[in-house]
Design a protein around this ligand. Structure first.
Ligand code: SF4
Length: 316
């Protein structure tokens, strides 16, 4: 798996003042699962160190201006950002982590200044972030500031692993039977994100219109990428747990059922993290040989060593 990043997040000294930063989640954790590919559009064209830039609202148009000398750098910055964004689209990355607040890399709430004024509102998107979104509309995108939120981090990691899985699956020239098998493994993960997407994907795979395989795969891909971009919630995950519980109705005794349902309720009340009911379900899945459940990505969406479901904060 390949993940693109803003270069300064991995310690490259490419910020306007010649500094960088070290984002531990990337440099200590994610790098064990993905090849990290850095991009810094500003350093490429303006060098480092350089005069700071900012986004300015001039006649209702967002321009990139140097802070002190008031030079308009919109065109060169947009050009390099578009070039990099096209490169990113061609490299089949599985996600991108951007530096927050930057006029180039910030994904949201970047300061937008009024012309000749100190007044600003946090409401813009950086030039590079915008270019990546244009070239790769479904690429999982996050910024390091937002990823401090455990819920957003868990959803993002789930998304990049599913994104990578879908693309490597499509590279195998799958048959309709392969698609059904792939879809089956994602049923509950998708259900935990959106019932609407769950139904839409189910309809595509059912193929009642007798569409061609190439069309089905293309429609499925788009709908799947939209589905995994949505966020799960405690309520939706709880709902999935209850669905899975149904598979053990005839296997568990009354005490086991009570304990399992209690773990679901404690998860819902944010007393225990999601990993607690998941571990119990994994145990019963093996014990009662539920092969359909064993392959469900909802139960193991990414390597467990990432420990993202071990915190109560992942739920919202
Ligand atoms: S925020 Fe983006 S443009 Fe600025 S230094 Fe980091 S990578 Fe370069």
């Amino acid at each position: 798996m390949k993940i693109g990043v803003s270069s300064c997040l991995i310690g490259e000294l490419c910020r306007y003042n010649g500094q960088g930063s070290n984002y531990d989640f990337l440099t200590k954790i994610l790098k064990n699962y993905a090849q990290i590919i850095p991009y810094c559009p500003e350093a490429e064209i303006f060098g480092t160190p350089r005069e700071a830039i900012r986004l300015v609202n001039i006649n209702s148009e967002i321009r990139v201006m140097t802070v002190n000398t008031k030079k308009d750098l919109t065109t060169p910055l947009e050009e390099i950002c578009t070039k990099y964004a096209k490169d990113i689209a061609s490299k089949q990355l599985s996600g991108f982590i951007l530096k927050s607040k930057s006029p180039s890399c910030g994904m949201e709430r970047v300061k937008l200044y009024e012309k000749d004024s100190y007044m600003c509102e946090k409401k813009a998107t950086g030039v590079f972030a915008r270019a990546i979104r244009t070239e790769s509309p479904y690429l999982p995108l996050e910024e390091e500031g937002r990823l401090e939120d455990s819920w957003l981090r868990e959803n993002f990691v789930m998304q990049i692993f599913a994104y990578e899985h879908l693309h490597s699956f499509l590279d195998t020239n799958p048959t309709m039977a392969d698609l059904v098998e792939f879809h089956t493994t994602y049923k509950y993960l998708i259900f935990a994100k959106s019932q609407k997407s769950y139904k839409a994907l189910g309809r595509i795979v059912a193929n009642q219109n007798r569409d061609t395989l190439i069309n089905i795969l293309s429609t499925y891909k788009e709908e799947f990428l939209k589905a995994i971009a949505q966020k799960s919630s405690i309520k939706k995950s709880y709902n999935v747990l209850l669905h899975i519980f149904g598979y053990f109705k005839n296997d568990l005794n009354s005490i086991e059922k009570k304990e399992l349902l209690e773990s679901f309720d404690e998860f819902k009340q944010e007393i225990v993290p999601l990993i607690t009911p998941i571990k119990m379900l994994q145990l019963y899945t093996h014990k009662f040989d539920k092969s359909y459940l064993a392959k469900q990505k909802f139960l193991h969406p990414y390597p467990s060593e990432l420990k993202l479901r071990s915190s109560i904060e992942i739920g919202k």
